[in-house]
Design a protein around this ligand. Structure first.
Ligand code: SF4
Length: 217
């Protein structure tokens, strides 16, 4: 059954609809109808094998570093560490915890369902850059395609669905169709990307610098 854009406009109702069958997914997180959150990969573990927390702020600390202790600059990278369970008291606390795990992701999906989400093509994002990132406007299409594949792929870089294109006339050809399409699975809140993030723009800079005209002529 598909989520209805008219029925699920608030964050609370979004979550309630996703866990209506008992549990649901958001990124790497498994939510259940009793206000608990854990890593999806821990779904078959006994609760006594997990570290227990009971405040939403625990999510902020869990999301900060990966299993090897490295800082996670991109919260939607598929590197959330395992081994924890957050048992909360109500839906408001679940919303807060999810916002620590995936900042603004519920708002983005809510706006998407209401058909109010503004999508910005990569060229427009790069055209807006100033200062040291202005040079990214020199990025060639083939460089952009490779960069997007490397940075945004779900298995390598990011779990968000990429809703933007390279320009009004250039689609992304290096990501699979399911990465660019929002499914209407009732038991999942998708993570959405409405425009290229700072990490992608920063990674575009060294590539674009290669396109500067040679000064040796
Ligand atoms: S541009 Fe979007 S999909 Fe790509 S890495 Fe950044 S947030 Fe993720």
């Amino acid at each position: 059954m598909a989520l209805s854009s008219q029925e699920h406009l608030s964050k609370a109702s979004l979550i309630e609809s996703v866990v209506a069958q008992g549990s649901g997914l958001m990124g790497e997180i498994l939510l259940d109808a009793h206000f608990s959150l854990r890593h999806y990969e821990d779904r078959l573990l006994n609760e006594n094998e997990l570290a227990h927390y009971d405040v939403p702020e625990a999510a902020r600390a869990i999301a900060r570093y990966d299993a090897l202790g490295s800082f996670r600059p991109l919260k939607t990278a598929p590197t959330l560490r395992r081994g924890w369970l957050i048992q909360l008291k109500n839906i408001e606390q679940v919303i807060l915890a999810l916002d620590f795990f995936y900042p603004a992701a519920l708002d983005l999906y809510g706006a998407f369902l209401q058909q109010k989400l503004l999508i910005t093509p990569l060229r427009e994002t790069l055209d807006r850059q100033t200062g040291m990132y202005r040079i990214t406007q020199l990025l060639k299409e083939e460089q952009a395609q490779e960069l997007i594949e490397k940075t945004c792929s779900s298995n390598k870089g990011c779990l968000r669905k990429v809703l933007w294109s390279i320009s009004q006339v250039q689609e992304i050809s290096t990501l699979p169709a399911e990465k660019k399409r929002v499914s209407n699975q009732i038991d999942e809140i998708p993570l959405l990307c409405r425009e290229a993030c700072n990490l992608l723009v920063a990674a575009a800079r060294p590539l674009a610098k290669k396109n500067l005209p040679s000064t040796n002529a």
